[in-house]
Design a protein around this ligand. Structure first.
Ligand SMILES: [Fe+2]
Ligand SMILES: [Fe+2]
Length: 420
């Protein structure tokens, strides 16, 4: 084939759409979008305020910290952190050398940090936008002026600490009043970590809303001064934006099951997935939580053998859907997830000495002590409505694990004391 007939054949193959000539980007006389004026921002954002709200520190273990910064314009950036009085160190997010680019959130995974240390951090970001130049639709890349967040700090968990204190929220479901009051109750406690036990949202509909749902709920800075232990609820499995959850959370390895140690407490977080069987028509063929729960069962068998867990004075499981549940309003098959998880995990938990499950989901707070039919005590937190919402405060020493569940007005709902 000579050159002329090769070009003709290529043009024929391209057919119907762009001509071979229009793809020649060195030909300035050809404009693929005559309707778009020169200088138009065709992607990203031009200079302007780029950071939105406050960052959230997630992990919670010192070797599994991610920090997420909400954005209000498309931009890129990096994070700087300093341990105690040490020098600033830079963390680039993104992947394979390309820094992150997002209009909603920048996520930075920190290297393993030393335990029990104050860590200062700040985010530096700028807008990124592309403007049309001649026929080049994304002709020129324009970077905005760098903007630096204020310096914030948190303290890393210390597995060797003599004591720990923590708080648990659950089922806040975007209720602003409840979130505000939980935050007001939590701040003076300055917990070592805050565990958010699922159903942060009323389903995940739009990525543009997710930073507001998870990172700055009700516009509050709930996770910039202590690490958040993130637990996925069934509502974070729902909606067209649910696949984007990992962009807005910092669970270790982006899995919603993990373990960590804070002083005398060894904690396991597990992912109970959805509340109905995978083949429920409600999920439209998108559910495979059963196999994930089986993988967690194998993971659990291994992790409870690790010394940090095995040798801890207190062992607790945090999971959104309770492992034991009865409710007169629900038919037997309307709430199947808990039976599947319990069947897979219970023996390992009991054999490993786990003595407490802390859950949510039912919107009906309840303490269920261990008994002949239930080998592990289970504490279920309250509802999204302020009148039924609860705050769980936990403290542990070597000898005792104490939990206090109160309503938002401070009235006591349940008190649990477990000994080593
Ligand atoms: Fe809920
Ligand atoms: Fe739930």
């Amino acid at each position: 084939m000579d050159r002329r007939s090769f070009l003709a054949a290529t043009a024929a193959t391209v057919g119907g759409g762009l001509s071979a000539q229009a793809q020649n980007y060195s030909d300035y006389t050809q404009d693929p979008r005559p309707d778009v004026p020169e200088g138009t921002c065709t992607a990203g954002s031009l200079d302007g305020p780029v950071l939105a709200g406050s960052p959230m520190v997630m992990g919670p273990a010192a070797d599994a910290i991610s920090i997420l910064q909400p954005m209000q314009r498309m931009g890129t950036g990096y994070l700087e952190f300093a341990v105690a009085d040490g020098p600033w160190q830079r963390v680039d997010g993104g992947h394979a050398g390309l820094l992150p680019l997002s209009e909603h959130v920048l996520k930075f995974r920190l290297p393993p940090l030393p335990p029990g240390q104050e860590v200062r951090y700040r985010i530096v970001a700028h807008t990124i936008g592309w403007v049309k130049v001649r026929q080049f639709y994304h002709g020129e890349l324009k970077a905005g002026e760098p903007q630096t967040s204020e310096v914030r700090s948190f303290r890393t968990l210390d597995p060797d600490a003599a004591t720990t204190n923590f708080v648990v929220w659950n089922d806040t479901h975007e209720n602003s009043e409840t979130l505000k009051q939980l935050h007001e109750r939590t701040s003076p406690l300055r917990p070592d970590f805050m565990l958010w036990n699922g159903d942060q949202s009323n389903d995940l509909h739009f990525e543009q809303d997710m930073a507001g749902q998870i990172l700055n709920p009700a516009g509050l800075a709930v996770g910039d001064q202590w690490p958040i232990a993130y637990v996925r609820g069934n509502h974070e499995c729902r909606g067209p934006a649910a696949p984007a959850l990992a962009q807005f959370t910092g669970a270790p390895d982006d899995r919603y099951y993990y373990g960590f140690r804070s002083g005398p407490l060894a904690a396991i977080v597990m992912d109970t997935g959805e509340d109905k069987p995978d083949d429920s028509p409600y999920f439209g063929g998108m559910a495979a939580y059963g196999p994930m729960q089986e993988r967690q069962a194998e993971w659990l068998k291994a992790i409870v053998q690790e010394p940090w867990f095995r040798d801890a004075p207190h062992k607790a499981l945090f999971c959104h859907i309770p492992l034991w549940f009865r409710h007169p309003k629900l038919t037997a098959n309307a709430f199947d997830g808990h039976r599947h998880c319990r069947g897979l995990w219970e023996k390992t938990l009991v054999d490993a000495g786990v003595k407490l499950v802390i859950s949510g989901h039912t919107h009906d707070y309840l303490w269920m002590p261990a008994d002949a039919n239930r080998p592990i005590g289970q504490l279920i937190g309250g509802a999204p409505q302020p009148a039924y919402a609860t705050l769980i405060e936990g403290t542990a020493t070597h000898d005792e694990l104490n939990l206090k569940m109160t309503k938002l007005d401070g009235s006591l709902v349940a008190e649990v004391k477990l000994t080593a």
